[in-house]
Design a binder for this molecule. Structure first.
Ligand code: COA
Length: 207
């Protein structure tokens, strides 16, 4: 059975495994990021890893931006790669990110969750049509912060935002998918997955 875990913070072996997986499965839809940024994303506690019985088959990392002196905090669902396709795993990981970030404290009055997708891609379809993310114009501070990290927004891509209804929907879909203990149905009804996540309980998902 597939299982999902949060990567442990400061886990050098897993960071190496994640970087090897992304190198071995390089795709133009995943922007390479410096190891230091990958490490920070792993340390956030939000990194999700999917394994089958033997190996990684997918992962998703959230990259965080705190605007200096500001009250806004930004989370980018920014490194998503799935190799076991056709089972709705991007939808699963996106829903889990939204549910986990809903219960996290970010120490800012405003928290924005966003993603950047290519037009006409599977990711665009999954994040908009299924997960309900909507078009967004990022604030200037974020544009600058991202550019400073060597990751300017590309005008050729679509920037999506998770508004409150998308977060409510993600939590409700996860609640409906709960089968027993830590076992949940996969989004397309194609099997089951063990969610080995300390923070998750069906009660937390009641909306
Ligand atoms: C995008 C990605 C994460 C999705 O993986 P996945 O969760 O296994 O996706 P699935 O195979 O379950 O679903 C793909 C869906 O997109 C649809 N799709 C595929 N190509 C498409 C395209 N070019 N345009 C629109 N929809 C497309 C499929 O029909 C399917 O939708 P449906 O089930 O509603 O018919 C994976 O393909 C991947 O790693 N791609 C390369 C990296 C990438 O793009 N990452 C995302 C960056 S934001």
């Amino acid at each position: 059975m597939l299982s999902v875990t949060n990567a442990r913070s400061d886990d050098a072996a897993t960071l190496e495994e994640v970087e090897a997986f992304l190198n071995d499965n390089a795709d133009q839809g995943v922007r390479p990021r410096p190891t230091e940024q990958m490490k920070l994303a792993m340390d956030s506690g939000l990194a999700l890893l999917i394994r089958d019985e033997t190996a990684l088959v997918g992962l998703s990392l959230v990259h965080q931006f705190r605007i200096e002196g500001g009250v806004r905090f930004f989370s980018e669902i920014g490194t998503m790669r799935i190799t076991a396709n056709g089972r709705g795993l991007q939808i699963l990981l996106t829903r889990l990110h939204l549910a986990q970030m809903y219960v996290e404290e970010f120490g800012a009055a405003h928290h924005d969750i966003f993603a950047v997708v290519s037009h006409g891609s599977a990711s665009e379809h999954n994040l908009t049509d299924v997960c309900g993310l909507t078009d967004w114009v990022p604030p200037k501070d974020l544009v600058t912060a991202r550019a400073c990290k060597g990751l300017p927004f590309s005008p050729a891509k679509r920037i999506l935002h998770a508004e409150a209804p998308a977060i409510v929907r993600a939590r409700a879909e996860m609640r409906a998918a709960h089968l027993d203990a830590d076992i949940y149905a996969l989004p397309r009804g194609k099997g089951e997955v063990r969610l080995d996540l300390g923070w998750l309980s069906p009660e937390l998902l009641v909306v």
